[in-house]
Design a binder for this molecule. Structure first.
Ligand SMILES: [Zn+2]
Length: 199
């Protein structure tokens, strides 16, 4: 019997989950029914929206799962093979809504669609590992993923509110920029501007 694509992808994800890279904290699939359902739903709907917007060749690979990790690396992360992981403990503690979760999935999918993994490696190579150039590129990639993520989430029928999301995530106090991420205020402003119209 020919294995289905879904079964093959499930196998890939399981491999990653049982065999984390060296030095990486162990993680497992979340058993939280509410969060698992939100992530599964978002994965399907955002994937559908991405296909409808012409990103169908990427959608074959895209999938989102909820995980529990001994040492969370972030709210959402994207692997090289298109599997987005959402940290269930962080979703729970911030009290994120289904629209928030959907946008995080869409943001991670956008990193894959926009080929940020490979582009990040090229920047590092071009600048001989130069830290300022890498940080600038990372921040630019985040804004790109924010904007495409917003577009995908809205196309999938989610009502994402950037201001409310960052406020919930940070417990009411927005964060400034870091080596990898622009300041929350800039991200909110860029998404609000993108939502208002083209340009
Ligand atoms: Zn990101």
């Amino acid at each position: 019997m020919k294995p289905t694509l879904a079964a093959a992808l499930a196998g890939v994800a399981a491999c990653l989950l049982v065999a984390p890279a060296e030095g990486q904290a162990p993680e497992r699939l979340s058993a939280d029914p509410a969060i698992t359902a939100m992530v599964r739903d978002a994965s399907q709907r955002i994937g559908g929206a991405a296909a409808a917007l012409g990103y169908d060749k990427h959608v074959v690979f895209l999938r989102a799962i909820a995980i529990e990790s001994a040492a969370p690396r972030g709210l959402g992360t994207m692997s090289r093979i298109g599997v987005a992981r959402l940290d269930a403990a962080l979703v729970r503690s911030a009290g994120l809504t289904r629209d928030d979760v959907a946008w995080v999935v869409a943001h991670e999918f956008a990193h894959f669609i926009l080929d940020h993994g490979a582009r990040r490696a090229l920047v590092a190579q071009a600048h001989d590992g130069g830290t300022p150039e890498r940080s600038a590129a990372n921040r630019a990639f985040e804004l790109e993923a924010d904007r495409l993520g917003l577009r995908l989430a809205r196309a999938a029928g989610y009502a994402f509110d950037p201001q409310g999301f960052f406020s919930r995530l940070r417990g009411g106090r927005l964060a400034g920029d870091t080596s990898n991420h622009p300041a929350d205020a800039l991200r909110i402003e860029a998404m609000q501007a993108a939502a208002r119209g083209p340009g």
